[in-house]
Design a protein around this ligand. Structure first.
Ligand SMILES: *Cc1c(COP(=O)(O)O)cnc(C)c1O
Length: 395
């Protein structure tokens, strides 16, 4: 039987390659940090979600090792059978404290948190109103639930209001948005979203994967940036970006919602508990972030410096308020060529083009980190300028 399927798969793979959409994996031969080794050569990494530079932080590594000694390697269970240690509850409390919420539930990933949030809470008499640029995991989670679906144009409050008006017959309505959108780096206008939610009696959910640790005066996410504490009902997030970058996700918010998720959320009930090493390291991450705002301050400094220098050099940059900096090139082929040349210059970035972004909106996405030093930023900016002149993007 496989022979026939094999032929079909080979054809599909060829089609992907011919369309120029085949994704190659580059092998990193070092730890994840600002300077990494690729094919035996040191390059500077500007495409990790390592916003606070914690992925290879000595204290985080030490905490992971110590927790292996204290609580072992694997849990061999889901949470409710025998996969909950004291430290899992400690981490849930630390996350609740960080986000100023009542309770938190851990998942193996934010993909699971988003996959397991809607179905337990909403039925066919309810409505989910989702931003058109929301992450794939939100889209999949919505698909698993029978609620009526509405989609509004990215961060478009007029369109959102229209959807809310159309959804007035439903029992419950929930507005769902990413906090920071990963392609443009723009921040969802949470204050306006909350105002509309009040006006049309809707709940609000935000996915803080790219915003937590980054936006807000001290990096505590969209609630801090927009002072919407108490107005956002559900926050989902990841331990895989700002918070150490290993793996793990969470949903945090009203205690009744979290309580019901522990009873009904399928990725929580039917998937393994996160390992003690990750829990220990994550506890250390939240401890570091509680001590002071140094890492976040450095990130903000880096973002400001990079943006200012790149704008001065004449680059076309999306007006981002996050750690994502989209350098617009518009042409798909050019974005690939540019990224390849930058790698030769020792700068590791990724070109994004259709279908990941709209047609003729190709770009290079630069992600800044507190792990970058000024010398790294200057090297990156210089390389951008050199290649930009070479490819006649800059004069
Ligand atoms: C990265 C990301 C996820 C997935 O998080 P994981 O913990 O890696 O599964 C979900 N939502 C958004 C918006 C993301 O950027």
């Amino acid at each position: 039987m496989y022979g026939k399927m094999k032929e079909f798969l080979c054809n599909t793979i060829t089609e992907i390659k011919e369309a120029g959409l085949y994704k190659e994996e580059r092998l990193i031969e070092s730890a994840q940090q600002a300077a990494i080794t690729v094919k035996g050569k040191e390059v500077l990494n500007f495409c990790a979600n390592n916003y606070l530079g914690l992925s290879n932080h000595p204290r985080v590594i030490k905490a992971a090792k110590e927790m292996i000694d204290r609580r072992g390697y694997g849990m061999s269970s889901v949470r409710f059978i025998c996969g909950t240690q004291d430290i899992h509850k400690e981490l849930e409390s630390a996350i609740s404290a960080y986000f100023h919420t009542e309770d938190t539930i851990l998942y193996a990933a934010c993909f699971d948190a988003n996959g397991g949030i809607f179905e337990p809470l909403l039925g066919e008499e309810d409505a989910i109103i989702s931003d058109s640029l929301n992450h794939a995991s939100i889209i999949d989670g919505v698909r698993l639930c029978k609620a009526k679906r509405y989609r509004y144009a990215n961060a478009d409050m007029k369109d959102l209001e229209k959807c809310l008006q159309e959804a007035q017959a439903q029992r419950f309505r929930i507005i769902v948005t990413d906090g920071v959108f990963s392609m443009d780096g723009n921040v969802a206008p949470m204050d306006k979203i909350c105002d509309l939610a009040d006006k049309y009696s809707a709940l609000v959910m935000v996915d803080e994967c790219h915003s937590a640790g980054v936006v807000g005066k001290t990096g505590h996410g969209v609630n801090e940036q927009f002072n919407t504490y108490g107005r956002i009902d559900i926050v989902t997030g990841t331990l895989g970006k700002s918070f150490g970058g290993a793996i793990g996700g969470f949903t945090t918010g009203h205690k009744e919602i979290i309580e019901l998720l522990r009873q009904r959320s399928r990725p929580y009930l039917f998937s393994n508990s996160i390992p003690p090493a990750v829990v220990g390291a994550s506890l250390e991450v939240f401890k570091i972030l509680k001590e002071n705002d140094a890492l976040h301050e450095k990130l903000v400094e880096n973002v400001t410096y990079f943006r200012t220098k790149m704008l001065e050099a004449g680059f076309d940059i999306k007006p981002t308020q996050s750690a994502i900096c989209a350098v617009m090139l518009y042409n798909a082929k050019l974005s690939q060529q540019y990224a390849a040349r930058l790698l030769e210059e020792g700068i590791y970035v990724t070109g994004f083009y259709y279908p990941v972004v709209p047609k003729d909106q190709a770009r290079i996405r630069v992600q800044l980190s507190a792990g970058h030093d000024k010398i790294h930023l200057d090297k990156c900016i210089d390389a951008f300028i050199k290649v930009g002149k070479e490819l006649a993007i800059l004069k």
